[in-house]
Design a protein around this ligand. Structure first.
Ligand code: CAA
Length: 390
């Protein structure tokens, strides 16, 4: 694939460190060698990238920001963003598995979990030996996340968990599930808890797999809990901390999805640029027709703006600053850019863009979900407007 012209700028030390550039290169190499060859078939047959995710674990991509003490790579958020961006240029199904494991599950456990939980659950997740899932959405509680119907009844030394979760990424391939559930309904969101549930616990069943428009290699399932006894030791944080846990974890998750959207846009753009230089009409490459050259100019400009926003959110998080607003802005904008750029990439390819072989139709289908999961664009606007108006 062609590289973007911005790559040259990114070599400047003010942009990225040597180590960050190396991480990006490693992710790029892995993507070209391991993900690109089978990505069309996996999308077509809705096949989870099992072997590829295993290798991602071995390379340290599944627990990038986790301390080496717990089996992680101990890197910063910007390095993580660079890796997600590269992987998403080719395989957004692999990158969402990685994003959920890193920024929702591992980050949540390392930041808010007990020492015992970190030893027992975080370490195998960070090493990529196990996969995690984050379970907040329900059939009747998506954007309106405070309206949790799943119940975690306090039974002394355990919680009795009952309810259904929907749209769960890594739903079947995960072993460790962070489940958000209501313990004290009268306390509303302040009565919610976050519990670690293991696959195999009695009463926990993985439900149907969703057939999706995009990210078809990612396994999205509903989950059913019927009288599941979850030990009190598996509660993350204080009693009633669960909603706060989910919101804080999602702030970081939104940087991961923004990076995924950026990668989808960049991948589609790079393919369109290459095609436009090769494909000839009316005696010259289509890139030399102003209609196409202007499209490419707009695509490159939007990607550059999205990239700066995503990297800024990551840098704020790395600096220990409040990054929630920047994360929401980055996700809102990058996901919009992903959809616009991928659609234009299909247009530039003409009929070839509409068939599987040329990759851009998949990127266009994959782009849509970035405006929906980990908070729809409308939810990001709620977060942003509340942030700027308070
Ligand atoms: N960061 C930190 N705290 C936040 C927050 C944020 N971004 N947004 C809200 N909160 C806190 C508030 O401060 C408040 O806490 P206090 O009462 O202690 O002050 C509490 O959460 C409730 O907030 P509100 O009173 O504003 O509640 P609301 O109902 O009006 O709005 C919401 C809440 C922001 C809309 C929230 O429900 C939300 O973010 N919804 C979207 C949920 C979402 O992103 N789901 C994605 C599913 S996970 C997924 O997709 C994973 C996957 O598999 C890929």
């Amino acid at each position: 694939m062609a590289t973007s012209s911005l790559d040259t700028t990114l070599q400047h030390p003010d942009f990225l460190t040597e180590e960050q550039l190396e991480v990006r290169e490693a992710a790029r190499e892995f993507t070209q060698k391991e993900l690109l060859p089978g990505v069309i078939e996996r999308d077509k047959h809705e096949k989870f990238p099992t072997e590829q995710v295993k290798k991602m674990g071995e390379l340290g991509f599944m627990g990038m920001m986790v301390s080496p003490k717990y089996g992680g790579a101990g890197m910063d958020t910007l390095s993580y963003v660079l890796a997600i961006e590269e992987i998403s240029k080719v395989d957004a199904s692999a990158s969402v598995c990685m994003s959920v494991n890193n920024s929702l599950v591992c980050w949540g456990l390392e930041t808010f979990g007990s020492e015992e939980q970190k030893q027992k659950y975080l370490t195998p997740l960070a090493k990529g030996e196990k996969i995690g899932a984050f379970c907040l959405s329900e059939p009747e509680a998506g954007s309106d996340a405070t309206s949790q119907h799943t119940r975690a009844e306090d039974k002394g030394d355990y919680y009795l968990l009952n309810g259904t979760k929907n749209w769960i990424t890594n739903g079947n391939n995960a072993s460790t599930y962070l489940v958000i559930a209501q313990t004290y309904p009268d306390k509303k969101h302040k009565g919610i808890n976050a519990l670690i549930v293991e696959k195999g616990m009695e009463g926990f069943v993985v439900g149907k797999k969703e057939e999706k428009l995009g990210i078809r290699g990612s396994d999205t399932h509903s989950l059913m809990f019927t009288d599941v006894k979850v030990p009190k030791a598996n509660r993350i944080g204080d009693d009633g901390f669960g909603f706060n846990f989910a919101m804080n974890t999602l702030n970081g998750g939104r940087i991961g999805i923004a990076a995924q959207a950026l990668g989808i846009a960049a991948g589609a753009y790079e393919l369109a640029l290459k095609y436009a230089k090769e494909r000839k009409t009316f005696g010259k490459p289509i890139a030399e027709h102003q209609a196409i050259a202007f499209k490419l100019a707009e695509m490159a400009t939007k990607i550059e703006a999205a990239r700066l926003m995503v990297y800024k959110a990551a840098r704020l998080k790395d600096a220990g600053a409040d990054f929630a607003l920047s994360a929401s802005m980055a996700k809102l904008y990058a996901s919009q850019v992903a959809n616009e750029v991928a659609t234009e990439a299909v247009q530039i390819h003409g009929g070839y863009g509409y068939v599987r072989e040329f990759h851009v139709e998949r990127l266009m289908r994959d782009a849509k979900i970035t405006q929906i999961y980990e908070g729809t664009s409308e939810i990001q606007k709620i977060v942003i407007s509340r942030g700027i108006l308070k």
